[in-house]
Design a protein around this ligand. Structure first.
Ligand code: NAD
Length: 408
């Protein structure tokens, strides 16, 4: 999917054939076997991956995902998207992604810690604050980042907070990092509503995936006055036409660990959720959720791609023929996370920490600049927002590679 998308943009940008492979192939890919002791006394071997897409603009940067479907191909695609996202938002990074094929819900905390430490140990020759910096993604969180930082620091003999971002504030994390992706989604949806001259007050939103990104995006939209009418997680969805009380939902979530079963809403499936009529649809779970099969039934005014790759290229072709739908493509929509990760890395390197107001202000200014560039390009050249966003990102990497030349 990422390669197909790259080819379409490369055709549009008329990138010569001999530069394409250089832009497309990941620089480094590593697969590791991860044996750990399980709580029941058995030993299990998991598989972990890390792909660093390009190192032309600085270290690589990208999340680490724990999910049963993780493969090398998926990680490579996500790494490529990270490259375009970092370039689009002007960050001095190449893209990377990592993952472990596992179901974190079926592992105890002790097993997760052993798995994370083993993975970090295997990665030591491959990572570093100036080489490759990880962050949380699907199925990982601040605690996982803390274990990674600790393992790396023990190995180095001193604390190295800049080895990961998205770690707890108490050990060198940045205020506002946990909320950054969802907050950025909220900011960009609000900007899209301005562009479309839509009123936030009374607009309705549907959010697929009520995890880190989805829950904060929902809250952020609610703060702008939007009514969140449906949300979901891996167990199913809930719907209330009058709007879901997100504060009460959080209380329910704290007890039952899923949004399903919330008393003040009806149960719906994830399939129904995606085609629920609304003003703003926010896929914030997995990739390939909006496909040829359901894209025709989607009824929203703004599609805010908080997840990475939620729309397949086939569905995208159909969306191109539905100009009534305004798309905030993933490389722009969820960029808030990597932007504040960059701020965290900078703060760690300088050992000088900013206030939340400074972080949020810089985040919104960076997103604003990217949004305006993408919107202007899309309008001026009459291309989709996705094509515009990818063009800006890919062009920057292409120019950097050209300027640096080819060694030797
Ligand atoms: P998370 O693990 O915190 O939350 C994911 C949520 O999706 C959970 O509620 C999970 O139950 C739900 N889910 C899983 N499978 C589902 C399914 N089939 N249908 C509906 N819901 C499902 O992960 P996250 O960090 O919120 O990441 C979500 C998406 O955002 C991913 O695509 C990730 O790559 C992307 N993203 C995350 C960040 C970040 O800072 N965390 C930054 C950029 C992009």
């Amino acid at each position: 999917m990422a390669c197909k998308q790259f080819d379409v943009v490369a055709d549009y940008l008329q990138i010569p054939g001999n530069e394409r492979a250089r832009l497309m192939y990941p620089k480094r890919s590593l697969t590791v076997a991860l044996p750990i002791h399980c709580d029941d006394g058995s030993t299990r071997v998991f598989t972990g991956y890390r792909v660093q897409h390009h190192l032309t603009l600085g270290p690589t940067k990208g999340g680490l995902r724990y999910h049963p479907d993780v493969t090398l191909g998926e990680v490579a695609a996500l790494a490529m998207w990270m490259s375009w996202k970092c370039a689009l938002t002007g960050l001095p990074y190449g893209g990377a992604k990592g993952g472990i094929e596992c179901d974190p819900r079926k592992l105890s905390t002790a097993e997760l810690e052993r798995l994370t430490r083993r993975f970090t140990q295997e990665m030591i020759p491959f990572i570093g604050p100036q080489v490759d910096v990880m962050a949380p993604d699907l199925g990982t969180n601040e605690q996982v980042m803390a274990w990674m930082m600790d393992t790396y620091s023990v190995y180095m003999g001193h604390s190295v907070p800049s080895i990961v971002t998205g770690k707890p504030v108490g050990i060198g994390g940045s205020v506002g990092r946990r909320e950054a992706t969802g907050r950025g989604v909220g900011y960009l949806v609000n900007r899209a509503m301005d562009t479309l001259r839509m009123e936030a007050d009374g607009a309705t939103a549907v959010v697929q995936g009520y995890g880190n990104v989805g829950s904060i995006a929902a809250l952020s939209l609610a703060k702008y006055g939007v009514r969140v009418i449906a949300v979901s997680d891996a167990y199913g969805g809930i719907y209330n036409r009058k709007g879901i009380n997100l504060w009460k939902l959080d209380e329910h979530l704290a007890k039952s660990k899923t949004v399903t079963g919330f008393a003040e809403a009806d149960a719906i499936t994830n399939e129904q959720l995606l085609i629920t009529p609304c003003d703003i649809l926010v896929p914030a779970a997995l990739e390939r959720q909006i496909t040829e099969a359901n894209v025709g039934k989607i009824q929203c005014r703004i599609l805010a791609e908080a997840a990475n790759g939620p729309t397949t290229p086939e569905a995208d072709l159909i969306l191109d023929k539905r100009p009534e739908m305004f798309i905030i493509p993933d490389v722009l929509c969820n960029a808030g996370g990597v932007i504040v990760s960059y701020f965290e890395w900078v703060q760690d390197l300088q050992s000088f920490f900013w206030t939340e107001t400074e972080v949020v202000d810089k985040l919104f200014r960076t997103l604003e600049s990217a949004y305006i560039q993408v919107l202007n390009m899309s309008r001026k050249r009459n291309i989709s927002m996705r094509m515009a966003a990818l063009s800006v990102g890919i062009k920057r990497v292409q120019e950097a590679k050209r300027t640096r030349g080819l060694f030797p």
